[in-house]
Ligand binder design. Sequence first.
Ligand code: SF4
Length: 283
Amino acid sequence: MSQGSAIEWTEATWNPVTGCTKVSPGCKHCYAERMARRLKAMGQSRYRDGFAVTLQPDVVELPTRWKKPRVIFVNSMSDLFHDSVPDQFILDCFSVMNRTPRHTYQVLTKRPERLSEMSSRIDWTENIWIGTSIESSDYTWRAKQLVTVPASIRFLSVEPLLGAIPRLPLTNIDWVIVGGESGPGAREMAPAWVRQIRDRCVARGVPFFFKQWGGVHKSKTGRVLDGRKWDEMPEFHRGLQDGQEEGESLERTLRKREGRRRSAHAPVGAVGQGEALLLEPLH
Ligand code: SF4
């Protein structure tokens, strides 16, 4: 994982599953795949099978041991709704989320059809945010699957944005994140595509978060769009998060934490234990 990347909107990851297979063009330069290969080369036992789908049952209960509230990204190294993950394993992961209401969980999938199928068997407690990735107008159907799920927050990760999406579905969507691809071989993202989505979100009152322009050297391109950063996040009315002051937005709390983390040069070697600071793009 690289250091000094863009400010993120989550603060820890939990990987009860590792490994995945590619489902659409957005997967081409999958960050999780690159990372899994690196970790395998480093001898991390959890990644001895590289990017093959692997259950990590000893990690399932990990968030129950985190006493302080955290915003947790679920499965940055996989897709929880991958066909190879048994139903019961998925339900066990959601059970942990249900039993730890102090944490906020962000679950993102490129397989919302399975999510939608399983949805009625999941207890959608308020602390679970559910999202799907849409990289081009060929995949807007994923949003239609997503909105069948009765989660408190439903979000779209439009990353990497690979083409114009003039009719991005926003009905019953609570948050949109847009970002360009980064790293080796990064594909270009036209500013007009980003503005079109931003304008659509603004017109409909949907919080818009612009993560990055991306590119081979994303630190050079930054994340300013038309003279400002777009860091909007959905409102959610739960207890205060760790470090959050009364009246302070979650977005501001996470920014403060990000600042502390950077100044401490936080190591990222904890991935193998199922937890890692999230510094890179999500699938
Ligand atoms: S981008 Fe996501 S869905 Fe695609 S291969 Fe990587 S982890 Fe799987």
